[in-house]
Design a binder for this molecule. Structure first.
Ligand SMILES: Cc1ncc(C[n+]2csc(CCOP(=O)(O)OP(=O)(O)O)c2C)c(N)n1
Ligand SMILES: [Mg+2]
Length: 450
C-alpha cells in the first residue's frame, strides 16, 4: 500500500472508519430499546468504502449518499448528532423529525444531495450536478454510490449513458457487497465483475478491494483527478461484503456461514490497524487516544439526541411542499458571457465521418483483433470498441484477474432462497437438497406429504 497520504491523513481514515462503526453500534442498541423510529441499515464491514471514497474528494465536491454511506457523511463533516436525531425522528434533526432514516442533505455548505430511495435515480441526478458544476465553471466532481442490486435498474444504465455521452465529471462507486436483500450477485447479474459494464458506455473503470481503505482512497483519488481533468466519468467497483442482514429485521440466515467467516477475517478496520502498526504510522497509545476521543464525542452527541424533543404534532401539516423556504441560486465561477451567445453559438450541422458504414466496423475489428458482436454463434465477444479493461487495485496484494470478455465467469451456485427465510425453513432445505422436494411432490413416496 504505497500512497501519498500524510500521517495525519492516515490517522483520519482510521478515525472516520471507527467513528462510523461505533456510531452504528450505538444505533443498534438504540434500535433494540425502541428509540430508533425508522429502518436501520448496517454498513458493518463496508466502512472502508464510504470513508476511502469520500476522503478522496475536495470540500467543494458533491456527494449523494445511500443507506450504507454514513461514513461518507461523517467525512463530509456531518455531526453524529444529525445522524442520531434523524434516525430517532427528533425535532432537532435536519428534517425536524419528518424522516426516520438518512433522507437529508446540505446543498449550501457540505454539498450533499439527499438520498433517493428509488435505486439508481441518483445517477442521472448526480450526472446533472456534475454537468451543472462544469457549466458554472466550478471545477467540481460529483460522486455517488450504487449497490450490486441497484446496478440492475434502468436508471443506472440510462444515467451512466448520459454521463458518458456528456463526459460529465462524475464518479460512480458500485458497492458490490455480494447481496441485494437475500439475492446473491450471481442470481441477478450474469457477469462476475460489475465494472465490466463500463465498457458498454465507453468509460474507464477500476476494481478495488473495498476492505482495503488505502487502496479505495488511492483508486478514487485517481478517478476523481481524471474527472477533474475533463476525462470523466469513471466507474469503480469495490468488492466487499454486507456483514449483516439487509436491515435490522433481517437475520441474514440465508448467507452461508463460511462466507461470513471469510469476510470477517478481512475486516477493513482490523486490516487497517495492522497496516498502521506494521508501517509504524501509530502505536498503541495513539490508537487508545483516538478510540477515547470517539467515545467522548459520541457520548455527547447521543445524549443530545436522546434528550431532544419529538416534533410538535402541528409540524406534520407543514413543510410538505417548498413554499419559498429554499432559495436555489447558481454560483457562477465564470463569466456568463462565456456560455451565452455569441460565444456559445455554433454553426448547425453534423459530420458523420464514415457514414456509419460496415466497412469501418470491419477495419476496427481487424485492428483490435477483437471478435465482433456479429461473429458466428459460439464465438461470443465484444463490440470492437477501444475501451480498456478494468484496472484491478488491491493496495499491492494480488487479486484474481477479471475473466476475459466473452468467457463464461465462474459463478458459484447459491441456492435460491426466499427473502428472510432461515436455514431451518422448508424452502431452504429443499433448495439445498432437491431430493426433499421430490419427496413432497411424489404422492407415492412414503416420505412425502399429500
Ligand atoms: C428501483 C427500486 N427497486 C427496489 C427497491 C427496494 N430495495 C431497497 S434496497 C434493495 C436492495 C438493494 O441491494 P443493493 O443495491 O445490492 O444494495 P445493498 O442493500 O446491498 O447495499 C431493494 C431491492 C428500491 N428501493 N428501488
Ligand atoms: Mg448489495
Amino acid at each position: 500500500m504505497s500512497n501519498p497520504l500524510t500521517r495525519e491523513q492516515h490517522l483520519d481514515l482510521y478515525y472516520f472508519m471507527q467513528l462510523n462503526r461505533q456510531l452504528e453500534e450505538r444505533m443498534v442498541r438504540l434500535f433494540r430499546q425502541n428509540k430508533i423510529v425508522g429502518g436501520l441499515y448496517s454498513s458493518l464491514g463496508q466502512e472502508g468504502v464510504s470513508v476511502g471514497t469520500c476522503y478522496a474528494l475536495e470540500k467543494k465536491d458533491w456527494i449523494a449518499p445511500m443507506i450504507r454511506n454514513i461514513g461518507a457523511l461523517l467525512v463530509k463533516g456531518v455531526p453524529p448528532r444529525d445522524i442520531f436525531t434523524q434516525h430517532m425522528a427528533k425535532y432537532t434533526s435536519p428534517t425536524q423529525g419528518k424522516d426516520g432514516t438518512s433522507h437529508f442533505g446540505d446543498l449550501k455548505v457540505r454539498h450533499i444531495v439527499s438520498p433517493i430511495s428509488m435505486l439508481g435515480d441518483l445517477i442521472p441526478v448526480m450526472t446533472g450536478v456534475a454537468m451543472a458544476g462544469r457549466y458554472l465553471g466550478q471545477k467540481i466532481v460529483a460522486l455517488t454510490w450504487i449497490g450490486d442490486g441497484g446496478s440492475s435498474t434502468g436508471a443506472f444504465h440510462e444515467g451512466l449513458n448520459l454521463a458518458a455521452q456528456q463526459r460529465a465529471p462524475f464518479v460512480l462507486i458500485v458497492e458490490n457487497n455480494q447481496w441485494a436483500y437475500s439475492t446473491p450477485v450471481s442470481r441477478q447479474v450474469p457477469v462476475k465483475n460489475l465494472a465490466d459494464r463500463a465498457v458498454a458506455y465507453g468509460i474507464r473503470s477500476w476494481i478495488v478491494d473495498g476492505n482495503d481503505v488505502a487502496a479505495v482512497y488511492n483508486t478514487t483519488k485517481e478517478a476523481v483527478d481524471e474527472c477533474r481533468a475533463g476525462r470523466g466519468p469513471a466507474l469503480i467497483e469495490v468488492k466487499t461484503m454486507r456483514m449483516r442482514g439487509h436491515a435490522q429485521h433481517d437475520p441474514a440466515e440465508y448467507v452461508p456461514k463460511q462466507m461470513f467467516e471469510y469476510w470477517r477475517a478481512r475486516d477493513p478496520i482490523a486490516l487497517y490497524e495492522k497496516y498502521l502498526t506494521e508501517n509504524k504510522i501509530w502505536d498503541a497509545k495513539t490508537k487508545a487516544e483516538i478510540d477515547a476521543r470517539i467515545e467522548r464525542e459520541l457520548d455527547v452527541e447521543q445524549k443530545f439526541a436522546e434528550e431532544s424533543p419529538m416534533p410538535p404534532a402541528e409540524l406534520a401539516e407543514e413543510g410538505v411542499y417548498c413554499e419559498g423556504c429554499h432559495a436555489i441560486e447558481a454560483t457562477w465561477q465564470r463569466a456568463k458571457a462565456e456560455v451565452s451567445p455569441p460565444a456559445s453559438s455554433f454553426e448547425p450541422g453534423w459530420e458523420v465521418k464514415d457514414y456509419g458504414a460496415f466497412a469501418e466496423v470491419e477495419a476496427i475489428r481487424k485492428e483490435t483483433a477483437a471478435p465482433a458482436v456479429f461473429a458466428p454463434a459460439g464465438n461470443a465477444g465484444g463490440n470492437g470498441a477501444k475501451v480498456s479493461k478494468p484496472i484491478v487495485k488491491s493496495g499491492g496484494k494480488p487479486q484474481p484477474k477479471p475473466p476475459a470478455r466473452g468467457v463464461e465467469p465462474e459463478v458459484p451456485e447459491v441456492p435460491r432462497v426466499p427473502f428472510g427465510r432461515g436455514p431451518k425453513d422448508k424452502s431452504v432445505r429443499e433448495a439445498q437438497n432437491p431430493r426433499d422436494r421430490h419427496a413432497h411432490q411424489n404422492p407415492r413416496d412414503k416420505r412425502g406429504r399429500r
